[in-house]
Ligand binder design. Sequence first.
Ligand code: ATP
Length: 234
Amino acid sequence: MTAPVEIHGLTYAFGEGELRRPVLRDIALALQPGEIVLLTGPSGSGKTTLLTLIGALRAMQEGSCRVLGQELMGAGEAQRVALRRRIGFIFQQHNLLGYLTARQNVAMALELHPGLTEAGRLERATAMLEAVGLGDRGDSRPAQLSGGQRQRVAVARALAGDPGLILADEPTAALDRQSGGEVVRLLRDLARRRGVAILLVTHDPRILDLADRIISMEDGRIVPTKQAGAVPAL
Ligand SMILES: Nc1ncnc2c1ncn2[C@@H]1O[C@H](COP(=O)(O)OP(=O)(O)OP(=O)(O)O)[C@@H](O)[C@H]1O
């Protein structure tokens, strides 16, 4: 199986002319199918910028970034949109729509899925909610769920479309220790079973032991990899 993410020589800057400020410098990174990699590092070190480049949410400037077989350097907006549909995103805030039920929120992620009827989408959403332990909460709206339950709906939504890759940005930041750990463990186990890689940006030292690999960034560069278990001081 090919690597879901392969990056070489990626450099990125914000601003132009005299205001140009590099935030990512000569990044090299590869993810293997089914592994969960945590990306840590001080605030402002470039983690979210790297995640948004891999997620095709912004255009590349320099280097190579191949995601699920698609080279993003030089890719147009249409190619980026098509790639985004093959990636599951999870954010700090669950980003669920308040006026939809949990089931409808998950089903919405399948709207662009070819060949699925509305009934099929809802059935698939129900199965995903069962997989995250919320089979009985399909009719609840986000406001009726706890923070941990909402993030589990976000996990179900991210996985519903059979993504080739999951990108998560601080998914546990708003959760207490127990629910944060539960959400990431659930995400990891579901993704691993499907062979889907996860790249997860976090400041949360409580979830580092769930990683297969921890990558640290400092000032736009990846610094030597620490093994899972060797918890860096954050
Ligand atoms: N849209 C933008 N325009 C200009 N500068 C930006 C923009 N977005 C981010 N930056 C800058 O780029 C640098 C890297 O930001 P980034 O959000 O990637 O860091 P981070 O490691 O994810 O930080 P945090 O842990 O605080 O989320 C920071 O100095 C930030 O101020």
